[in-house]
Design a protein around this ligand. Structure first.
Ligand SMILES: Cc1ncc(COP(=O)(O)O)c(C=O)c1O
Length: 448
């Protein structure tokens, strides 16, 4: 089912003339006309004027059910009253003291209470900085140069993680050589790598699997990985930038009961404002602190915006709601309902696509081979990981995204969506209807 000539782009253009005009202006300013690679879309992106709860509105007055969710940061939806009140209260007291303050302590104490491995905390501003620091800490602690990561897993855009097998322009070959890329879910291969090499500092992964489970981690893999890394004296880093505080208040490690040595957190940790953290074992984190007798840190780490009070205020308000309410369960239920009903749409139409995922996400598997695939097949690792991510033609992905937007739904482009705890039954109905329309349109196109 490959769309070639559907009318989706034409309808999209008709609905969004104001966004088209702004994009023309933006093209002369920004590379590709956008400020993040994920905001690129054909024929142009939407320009959003405001947002509230589960919805956002573009400059042409179109309303959308939002599953971009601030790149996953907004489990509580847009403008949650408690978060807004905390940020507004802090605004009146100053946005940057260039000094230590009480909120950073309250924020770190909450994180330590919630995340099992968090003996110590260091705030950064982005998830990218957090994974870069975690890798640096692991190398410094073990004195070993290499770090293992897994194919498809995303850890931000710094030089150690932002390249596929074979490297990328602008990244030094010496840097790429410091990273070993293994296939996901392959404990045998990893076992062989760890057994035959003495130079590995750490293994880093998204514990729920690449891109919040687009390539899911198969049952038992995390515990197997923990056992293996412990046996070989290799550190285990969970990148919980997206899954932390979505799987459980204790993150994926709390949910699965597997304890890493280090964890990276971002997105939800700062309640939708810029903010991130590296947490983990005391002696590993302490490498970035002065010693009790005043010796300078073994590992350097700075950052103008680390733990700024506005982010601390938003983070504290958000984490308290995650800890004390059923917001995670509500988001999970809505996502499960979406997956179930979207699969119903596909079944009714005899489509071989599949909607899958766990927790508060849905992924659409655009089944290019047309073979029979169930969500369970994907969860159990019976579909090759190379089919699940990065294989669908860009044009088809763009048409899916634009088709959803025409139906009043903003999704992420992989394709899929990040569900919040405030999405409503009406949002679900709208999403299922938009999905049915776009599947019909793409299927009819295919038949032409
Ligand atoms: C698992 C994971 N790690 C790291 C990052 C990078 O975080 P940031 O965009 O804040 O740099 C992301 C961002 O989506 C992510 O999902």
């Amino acid at each position: 089912m490959i769309a070639t000539e559907s009318g989706i782009f034409a309808r999209y253009q008709q609905r969004t003339p104001g966004s088209a005009r702004l994009f023309e202006q933006a093209r002369g300013l920004f590379p590709g006309g956008v400020t993040h690679i994920g905001r690129h879309m054909a024929p142009h992106p939407i320009y959003v004027s405001h947002a509230a709860g589960s919805r956002k509105w573009d400059v042409d007055g179109n309303e959308y059910t939002d599953y971009f969710g601030g790149h996953g940061a907004l489990l509580l939806g847009h403008n949650h009253a408690a978060v807004m009140a905390a940020v507004q209260a802090q605004l009146g007291r100053g946005v940057h003291y260039g000094a230590s303050h009480e909120l950073e302590i309250e924020w770190a104490e909450l994180i330590r209470e919630m995340i099992p491995c968090a003996q110590k905390v260091r705030f950064t501003v982005t998830g990218t900085e957090a994974t870069m620091l975690a890798i640096r800490l692991a190398r410094a602690h073990t004195g070993k140069p290499k770090v293992v990561r897994f194919g498809g897993h995303f850890h931000g855009w710094h030089d150690h993680v932002a390249f596929p097998e074979g490297g990328a322009p602008g990244i030094l070959p010496e840097v790429t050589e410091g990273m070993l890329i293994c296939p996901p879910n392959d404990l045998g291969r990893l076992e062989e790598t760890l057994r035959t090499r003495e130079d590995i500092a750490a293994v880093i992964l998204e514990p729920t699997g690449a891109t919040f489970g687009q390539i899911p981690t198969v049952p038992g893999f995390l515990q197997g990985l923990r056992d293996l890394t412990a046996r070989h004296g290799v550190l285990l880093i969970f990148d919980e930038v997206i899954c932390g505080f979505r799987c459980s208040p204790g993150g994926a490690q709390g949910f699965y009961g597997v304890m890493p040595d280090l964890t990276t957190l971002a997105k939800l940790v700062a309640g939708g404002l810029p903010g991130a953290a590296v947490v983990g074992r005391r002696e590993i984190l302490d490498q970035i602190g002065h010693s009790a007798d005043g010796k300078p840190p073994k590992v350097p780490h700075q950052g103008t915006y680390n733990a700024v009070p506005l982010s601390a205020a938003a983070g504290i308000a958000t984490l308290k709601i995650v800890r004390d309410s059923d917001i995670i369960a509500r988001a999970n239920q809505t996502a499960a309902e979406l997956r179930r009903r979207m699969n119903g749409v596909l079944r009714e139409r005899g489509s071989s696509w599949c909607v899958y995922g766990d927790f508060s996400v849905f992924h659409v598997y655009v089944n290019l081979d047309g073979d029979a695939v169930t969500p369970e097949d994907i969860a159990q690792g019976r579909v090759a990981w190379t089919k699940l991510k990065g294989r669908a033609p860009a044009r088809l992905l763009q048409e899916i995204r634009a088709g959803f937007l025409c139906g009043g739904v903003d999704t992420v482009g992989w394709p899929g969506g990040l569900v919040s705890g405030v999405h409503t039954a009406e949002d679900v109905d709208r999403t299922v209807a938009a999905f049915a329309d776009l599947v019909d349109e793409l299927t009819q196109t295919d038949r032409k």
